[in-house]
Design a protein around this ligand. Structure first.
Ligand code: SF4
Ligand code: SF4
Length: 196
């Protein structure tokens, strides 16, 4: 009887010591180290989570997170929108009436304006295909992942920096140019028929 009581007490104390060990260990904060650090998976002490947002784990350089577009380097080729499997990139282009409108940082000629360049990150599946096909490498995945918003529509990122009135003016100029060319073509055809 006496031995049983001793055994019970010893077992209870062992269990309690284990519980307290984990209780105090869980109060220890996990050290934030790079994922490329050899000791990344060897941190046995501390909680599994960190004190986010005060502490943040570094993300891998090749991670796929929020997209960003350097619009000045975009040649509005539409390749990214065409390859996107979920159609979350919407681009509107307006052809310049004066030929080249400048160059990108890699020397590519720009012939089109982009009054609209939207990416709906709520639909994006982070496949990265758009970044692969971009000829000027102006659409990239960043290391930004914390983009919580209160409204879904705020996940539609707008990258175009053209004012609506400027875009309307460019559209009008293009329409006029096309109409002039059409009229000149018609006049040339009529003249040809008259001469015949
Ligand atoms: S990462 Fe994939 S899904 Fe997202 S915008 Fe690019 S192509 Fe579309
Ligand atoms: S593929 Fe690149 S250059 Fe072409 S429209 Fe998309 S972001 Fe612009």
């Amino acid at each position: 009887m006496y031995n049983k009581a001793i055994n019970g007490f010893t077992t209870a104390m062992k269990g309690l010591s284990l519980t307290f060990r984990h209780l105090f260990a869980s109060n220890a904060k996990r050290k934030v180290i790079s994922v490329s650090d050899d000791n990344y998976f060897k941190q046995l002490e501390g909680t599994n989570t960190i004190q986010y947002p005060h502490q943040k784990l570094p993300v891998p350089e090749v991670g796929r997170y929020q997209l960003d577009v350097e619009i000045d380097d975009c040649i509005v080729c539409d390749l990214c929108a065409k390859i996107c499997p979920v159609d979350c990139i919407t681009i509107e282009s307006i052809k310049s009436t004066t030929g080249s409108i400048g160059e990108t940082s890699d020397g590519s000629k720009k012939l089109l304006y982009a009054p609209k360049f939207d990416i709906d990150m709520a639909k994006c599946m982070y496949c990265g295909l758009c970044t692969i096909v971009c000829p000027t490498e102006c659409i990239v995945m960043t290391n930004q992942y914390d983009k919580s918003v209160f409204e879904l529509k705020n996940l539609n990122y707008e990258f175009a920096d053209m004012a609506p009135e400027v875009a309307a003016e460019k559209r009008q100029l293009l329409e006029n140019q096309l109409a002039e060319r059409q009229a000149a073509k018609l006049a040339a055809m009529n003249k040809k028929e008259g001469d015949a």
